[in-house]
Design a protein around this ligand. Structure first.
Ligand code: VG1
Ligand code: CO
Length: 544
């Protein structure tokens, strides 16, 4: 066995963001770039000798090459066993599932999620710990610190492995198991949901669904679960073969980027149910016939109906949401008499709450929902959850959401993204907002009175870790909110996210277009933040 120690120099831009390290493919292809980061991960772990690692990615350009490199570095660092998805394919939730099932030490997911792929697109790498969840900040901070001082990495000299053939190979002293990408995950789904009832629904001839994988990682999972196992007609899954460039699209499940699906659900002969997933399969969009379910509402509806689903029959311990996510789920928690938690953006903040059993369901406004079944958000899990509810209630998606609003009131919600903004100007906008915060409290703007204006910070109730600067929020006395933050997942310039929420208890006013219902708040946000003049943009690039 020939292990080489290669001298290297640090790259100073390897700071993980909201969800791992994301850069343009060309950056990852720079000599030593991926090697440095991988070695920095392993150097930051207690001791990887004799441990098991899970490895896979969303199939984007450079996935296979990266896997070969990481396998050889893992072997040189003493891992006893690596489980790698066939063809290099594992969705983010599947990695989480496999880490937990086989009690692995951790896992590496290769994905830049919703960012476009291909030679001119983005690539990413994230590390998950032994609970199956994203590394918490103390781990990503340690990895980042290591990337700034690293001077060598270790790599095994060996031929590339065949990633397409299932089975076991020795790589130096390390056992590499190429495993089926889907089977463990689909068994877990079957343990949670009423597959018989969903099968009945999908084969009844009375109900049709369209699942769009956007040419990304969920294709094999969706075809296996919905078409093969649950009997939905072939063709129910569209864009179901993972492509290295996602067919040139953004694998982002929202009304803008999943337009093929949206056209079908709003067209003639629309199916009853539509869903799309993102690049790495951890997020989802749910549509009914000519009806869009806001992700924040989706979390609230799943929570309110959880006991209809076998895996949650005994009820929920608590519900956690990220700060910008609407407060709709808090209302459900109140009614159920369970705790509601508010965390910073990013799934890593839910890990402790799930581990100690404080939260059962978690969600983010960015189309991510999940539960304690794994430690990641989970796109197809949410689709199955919805189908299970529809199958039990025998009602349309629209009826289910509308009756939810009747019972709880409607939290109108929208997110406005300003993408590819000049970084300095975006920071200047946030600085300016920040400096005005202290004078805002108590002020009346239009017919809104400011109740609080601050920059959100969070102390983890389980381990006490503290995270500051998680977004500027302005709350009004009637429960409405405006939130501003800069994205931590982009690779070019900055993305400003503006989140808007207002509450409407009166069911005669539940039919409005959210952009209309939120008009006043949109105007106030512009007044407070001077978005137009700072960004030079008149309108957002994406509205969800
Ligand atoms: C975005 C979303 C956040 C999500 C993150 C990773 O982060 O807002 O809710 O957890 O993406 O999701 P940001 O920092 O760009 O707002 V994924 O599916 O890209 O792993
Ligand atoms: Co994702």
């Amino acid at each position: 066995m020939n292990i080489r120690t290669v001298s290297t120099q640090p790259f100073l831009d390897q700071k993980p963001g909201t969800s791992g390290l994301r850069k343009q493919v060309s950056q990852f292809q720079t000599h030593h770039y991926l090697e440095n980061f991988t070695q920095s991960i392993f150097d930051s772990l207690e001791n990887c000798h004799g441990q098991t690692l899970v490895l896979g990615g969303d199939g984007r350009f450079y996935n296979r090459q990266a896997i070969q490199i990481i396998l050889k570095i893992a072997a040189a660092n003493g891992f006893k066993r690596v489980l790698v998805g066939q063809g290099g394919i594992l969705s983010t939730p599947a990695v989480s599932c496999i880490i937990r099932k086989y009690q692995a030490f951790g896992g590496i997911v290769l994905s830049a999620s919703h960012n476009p792929g291909g030679p001119n697109g983005d690539f990413g790498i994230k590390y998950n710990i032994s609970n199956g969840g994203p590394a918490p900040e103390k781990v990503t901070d340690a990895i980042y610190a290591r990337t700034k001082t690293i001077d060598a990495y270790r790599i095994l000299e060996s031929n590339d492995l065949d990633l397409d053939r299932l089975g076991t190979t020795l790589l130096g002293d390390t056992t590499v198991d190429v495993v089926d990408s889907v089977v463990d995950y689909s068994q877990l789904m079957e343990s949670l949901f009423d597959f018989d009832r969903i099968h009945e629904l999908l084969t009844s001839g009375q109900f049709s669904a369209c699942i769009d994988s956007l040419h990304a990682v969920t294709g094999p999972y969706a075809r296996s679960i919905f078409e093969q196992r649950l009997g939905a007609p072939v063709g129910t899954v569209q864009n179901g073969i993972p492509l290295e460039d996602f067919g040139g699209g953004h694998p982002d499940p929202n009304l803008v980027y999943a337009h093929d699906l949206v056209d079908r659900l709003y067209g003639a002969d629309a199916p009853d149910f539509g869903a799309a997933s993102d690049g790495d399969g951890d997020r989802n969009m749910i549509l009914g016939r000519r009806f869009f379910v806001t992700p924040s509402d989706s979390l609230a509806v799943l929570a309110a109906n959880a006991t209809l689903v076998p895996g949650y029959r005994n009820g929920l311990a608590g519900i956690a949401r990220s700060m910008p996510t609407s407060q709709a789920s808090d209302r459900v928690a109140r009614k159920l008499g369970i705790d509601a938690y508010e965390t910073p953006t990013g799934w890593k903040f839910f890990g402790n709450l799930l581990d100690v059993g404080k939260a059962t369901l978690c969600g983010e406004e960015s189309f991510g929902t999940g539960s304690n079944h794994i430690r990641e958000k989970d796109g197809l899990w949410a689709v199955l959850f919805w189908l299970n509810i529809v199958a039990v209630r025998q009602q349309s998606v629209e009826t289910i959401v509308q009756s939810h609003w009747q019972e709880y009131g409607r939290n109108y919600y929208s997110r406005h993204d300003y993408e590819s903004v000049n970084g300095e100007r975006a920071n200047a906008l946030m600085d300016q907002l920040q400096s005005n915060l202290s004078s805002l409290s108590g002020q009346t703007i239009a017919h809104y009175t400011v109740k609080y204006a601050d920059n959100f910070s969070y102390t983890d109730p389980v381990d006490g870790s503290f995270s500051a600067n998680q977004g500027v929020r302005i709350g009004f006395t009637d429960g409405s909110r405006i939130v501003f933050r800069l994205s931590g997942t982009g690779t070019q310039g900055a993305t400003l996210r503006l989140y808007l929420e207002s509450y409407e208890p009166n069911s005669n006013r539940h039919h409005l277009d959210p952009q209309v219902a939120l008009t006043d708040l949109i105007t106030i946000a512009e007044q407070l933040a001077q978005i137009r003049s700072f960004t030079g943009m008149d309108v957002p690039t994406v509205i969800t």
